[in-house]
Design a protein around this ligand. Sequence first.
Ligand code: FEO
Length: 179
Amino acid sequence: MKDLIRMKTSLSEEIEALLNNQVKLEAKSSSIYLAMASFCDQLGFENSSEFFFEQAEEERVHMLKIFKYIGDAGGNPVSPEVTDIPQEFGNFRGTYESALEQEIEVTKAINKIVSAAYKEGDHATANFLQWFISEQQEEEFTARKRLELFDVIGTDGIGSYMIDQKIPEIGPPPAEPGA
Ligand code: FEO
């Protein structure tokens, strides 16, 4: 019976569980970014608040993409329960440090699923996740660039205000030569 149920889906139990775990991780990322938006708003950093709000929306889209993929592959996507969301992040810089840490954690989790997918010969899942690999490369790049603002400008005097002004200027990495 169990085997018959598995025939309904092209996903192995392990891959389905990893993907559902990723759904949860993306949902958690979305909620944490929302908390960061609120925290920055309370500190008076409007651009950062807006930036984290947009990030929260992006992460929700990531969650939905994976959720839909599981369902389309005949699996059972699980609506995630998200708990233990931190509501404050120490200070302005700490918020961006936490954001980078979070993105690194997501990258590792995606890599883990891709490795497992290749190991099982599940090329469809590995192929589906290529978009996420590129997305994570970009998100880590921009997260590091934002953090660099704290080193370059510093937070003394009007430094924090200046950093907040610069946040919207950080864009994706430049295209590779010849691309
Ligand atoms: Fe969807 Fe940046 O994690």
